[in-house]
Ligand binder design. Structure first.
Ligand code: ADE
Length: 250
């Protein structure tokens, strides 16, 4: 066996996701029922959770307080969140540089490109999930300044906490890790890899409710099938997502 390969296999740690949350029982949750769950069992990536409440300072385990300036709801306290992030950091070796992420509707939009970038970070990711009215912004600012924390949103709507956003983000990243999708081209033909939505897919029967599968897909001519699929992807992208289509044309 190649010595290099043996070395890598024994010394390289799998991609690791650490989730900071008030609800650790939400993980791996639905991920256990997908490719992410299977690859987690195979140790192709690792997941750990940190309960933010463990870093509360008082006997009631309080993690939040009323917002300065008034208003409804509670804000998670900076020192509690900061200590939870320090605990997450301490689990990594000094030379490791996990990407710190705070999931929030105020963040930059999560995209396939960002999922690809995060999946390539060999140290993995640390995701901070907020609840209530969010987190004291000074903790976020501090970790942005010190560790390059980024704020990421999974869409223009408000969820009741960051946990579901964290699950979405991990699912998208894990399926891009080397070896997770067995077929080499399983990710390269899917939506967004070429900046296009995926072409239409069909399976048996050939005719269903008077709707026939496009003839070319039954032809066995791989060149023509590839051409048809590209055309299908382009037409769907142009019609449904003019924003993506504009970028594809550049
Ligand atoms: N937390 C609450 N809503 C969110 C969203 N849309 N994206 C990321 N995190 C969130």
């Amino acid at each position: 066996m190649c010595e290099h390969f043996k070395l890598d296999k024994t010394t390289m740690k799998p991609w690791h996701a650490t989730i900071l949350t008030l609800f650790p029982e939400m993980f791996p949750g639905p991920l256990a029922h997908s490719i992410a769950g299977k690859s987690l069992e195979k140790n192709q990536w690792q997941l750990s959770t940190i309960n933010i409440r463990d870093f509360a300072k008082d006997k009631h385990h309080t993690v939040d307080d009323t917002p300065y300036g008034g208003g409804t709801g509670l804000v998670m306290m900076a020192d509690v969140v900061d200590e939870a992030l320090c605990a997450a950091e301490s689990a990594y070796a000094e030379q490791e540089q996990p990407q710190y992420i705070y999931v929030t509707p105020r963040g930059k939009p999560f995209t396939h490109d960002l999922a690809r970038k995060l999946s390539k970070n060999s140290s993995g990711i640390i995701i901070l999930c907020g609840r209530y009215e969010g987190i004291d912004d000074r903790a976020i600012e501090h970790w942005r300044e010190e560790k390059g924390l980024i704020e990421v949103s999974i869409g223009d709507y408000v969820l009741s906490g960051g946990e579901m956003a964290a699950l979405v983000l991990m699912d998208a990243c894990v399926r891009l890790l080397p070896g997770v999708l067995v077929k080499e081209d399983a990710t390269t033909s899917e939506s967004f890899e070429e900046g296009l939505l995926e072409f239409s897919q069909y399976t048996k029967p050939r005719v269903w409710k008077d709707k026939a599968v496009p003839e070319v897909l039954l032809s066995g001519d791989h060149g023509k099938i590839a051409q048809w699929r590209l055309q299908s992807a382009k037409a769907i992208t142009k019609e449904r997502r003019p924003d993506l289509w504009g970028k594809h044309l550049i």
